[in-house]
Design a protein around this ligand. Structure first.
Ligand SMILES: O=C(O)CCC(=O)c1ccccc1C(=O)O
Ligand SMILES: [Mg+2]
Length: 307
């Protein structure tokens, strides 16, 4: 089959603030496979190097050195250090071979709130639009400031709402305890669905012990960016929630195999890919994400439209 690709670059209407700093441009690659009959399968490579995937430059270099004519063996032998390339080419291959239909049953989507106090007005807008699960980033500003906003946020949201917090690994053991104490305390006002990745990925045993100390559940995200990390954390006995970002997790067929053979509590989530990658991720999410939980795909309106 014939392989071609094109780089793309899109800016966010507002930069995403995380504890890694602001993120304002999404760069990626669109890949295309065409067989002799003229059938086409598209895929998207959307790296997230601060999560441990290859960089955009590395993905581009990898695509550059691939021959124009690819065999199945080429597709299946992308090294594990290129998880976003594995996903992009693997999903293009699946699109070419299966008559890939759009996801039919659609899981509920989690609305992403902006950091800081603009979360308050955004929350009521998103509630009106029908969102019932919300995510708010913490570990960006001082803890006193964030906890003050948090206290306002939990009374501003209707009591049926669910709130997830995402620290992106930016807390210390001490500040994580302060957050978890507060989350446990406010449980009767608003249910905190979970705290996502309180500590950096290398501190798995500390997160395991936190998960035993508090009632508010914990989710791993950065710790399980790729499939081999996911396998490792399952082996280490993590039985909490796993956030899975299929676009950087590696080959879709391997992820499918793993999730089908391990009954994990998975929440599928985006890395702000464009429409091609999003559709591939949503199909996997519809198959494999825990149907009781909202998926993390609620942020495409932050991106300028696809060119
Ligand atoms: O999970 C969601 O609801 C939205 C996606 C999200 O938060 C995210 C998007 C891009 C990169 C990192 C993250 C993250 O979960 O940390
Ligand atoms: Mg996260």
């Amino acid at each position: 089959m014939e392989f071609s690709y094109q780089t793309y670059q899109r800016s966010f209407q507002q930069p995403l603030q995380t504890r890694y700093g602001p993120w304002s441009i999404r760069r990626g690659l669109m890949v295309m496979l065409e067989d002799d009959a003229g059938n086409i399968g598209q895929g998207e490579i959307a790296p997230l190097s601060w999560f441990g995937s290859e960089t955009w430059e590395q993905a581009q270099t990898y695509c550059q050195q691939l021959p124009r004519q690819l065999t199945d063996a080429h597709i299946l032998s992308i090294p594990d250090r290129y998880p976003a390339c594995q996903f992009g080419l693997g999903s293009a291959w699946e699109a070419l071979h299966q008559n890939s239909v759009s996801a039919s049953v659609f899981p509920e989507i989690c609305g992403l709130l902006p950091t800081g106090s603009s979360a308050l007005s955004a929350a009521s807008k998103l509630w009106e639009q029908g969102y019932r699960t919300f995510k708010w980033k913490i570990g960006v500003d001082a803890i006193e400031q964030e906890q003050a906003i948090f206290r306002r946020l939990i009374v501003a949201l209707p009591p049926q709402a669910l709130l997830r917090l995402d620290a992106n690994g930016g807390l210390t053991n001490e500040s994580a305890c302060r957050w978890l104490q507060l989350c446990d305390q406010v449980m009767d006002t608003l249910r905190i669905e979970y705290l996502e990745q309180p500590l950096p990925p290398e501190q798995l045993s500390a997160m395991l012990s936190l998960s035993q100390q508090f009632q508010t559940p914990l989710a791993l995200d950065e710790s399980v960016a790729t499939l081999s990390q996911l396998q490792h954390c399952v082996q280490q006995g993590w039985n909490g929630i796993f956030v899975i970002k299929p676009a950087i997790c590696g080959y879709p067929h391997r992820l499918r195999q793993f999730c089908q053979s391990h009954p994990i509590d998975a929440v599928f989530s985006s890395v702000f890919e464009s429409e091609v990658g999003r559709q591939a991720c949503l199909r996997l999410a519809a198959e494999l994400s825990n149907p009781q939980r909202a998926i993390g795909f609620g942020v495409c309106h932050w991106l300028s439209p696809d060119e």
